[in-house]
Design a protein around this ligand. Structure first.
Ligand code: SIN
Ligand code: MN
Length: 211
């Protein structure tokens, strides 16, 4: 008899929500800890900051990036930039994140940006599409760490119907194919639902091919 793997991993069948593929608990606890520690290194090299929306409001989520490009926003709009606001290069995407991309993305290009979103307190993210990238045939791979988050998925059009699901630590989502441009966002994070982050909160990584 074969031994059950310690993590669900890419071997287990994902769920599909409107074509968004969801692997529950893709990472087991040691996998989550290794990725968390790698992200600590990213944040040490490229400190978190709160971007402004194009309407001049500070976002409630703090962010940084790894990879050739980082995602940035201010009154001039949303875009990818090749330097952290401090003027330094973004650190490399950690191998612990790249191996998740390799397992679930289904494409042979590598991500050029790993956006790190950090949610504390009442931080949330409004419904939006990821469309600052050049090639929508390339998926977006999202990894959740820390407290549970209520994730909302809509339609390609603005104002369409939505449905919500809870994302837990270690869950991996892929927005690809027909689901690549679906609106999505985070309504809230539920404090105290994970012990992964010492001071609580949630980290979300989204890996993207930019060019
Ligand atoms: C994002 O769309 O950039 C983040 C989604 C999430 O935090 O789960
Ligand atoms: Mn997004």
């Amino acid at each position: 008899m074969t031994k059950m793997p310690a993590r669900a991993g890419a071997g287990a069948a994902p769920l599909s929500i409107r074509g968004v593929m969801l692997w529950k608990r893709f990472l087991d606890r040691p996998g989550q800890e290794a990725l968390r520690d790698a992200i600590r290194g990213v944040v040490a090299a490229a400190p978190l900051f709160s971007p402004e929306t194009r309407w001049g409001r500070k976002m409630s989520v703090r962010m940084t990036s790894a990879g050739r490009f980082g995602w940035y926003s201010d009154r001039r709009g949303y875009r990818y930039v090749d330097k952290h606001p401090a003027g330094t290069d973004w650190p490399p995407i950690p191998p612990e994140a790249l191996s998740i991309w390799d397992a679930v993305s289904g494409v042979d290009r590598q991500p050029e940006c790993c956006l790190v979103n950090f949610y504390t307190g009442t931080a949330k993210m409004g419904l939006h599409q990821d469309k600052d990238e050049a090639d929508f045939d390339m998926p977006v791979v999202s990894v959740s760490l820390g407290d549970d988050a209520l994730f909302r998925v809509g339609t390609e059009e603005r104002g369409g119907t939505t449905e919500s699901l809870w994302l837990a630590s270690g869950d991996v989502l892929v927005l690809g194919g027909a689901a690549r441009l679906l609106h999505h966002g985070v309504d809230r994070v539920k404090p105290g639902t994970s012990t992964l982050l010492k001071d609580g909160g949630r980290i979300n990584l989204t890996m993207r091919v930019v060019t």
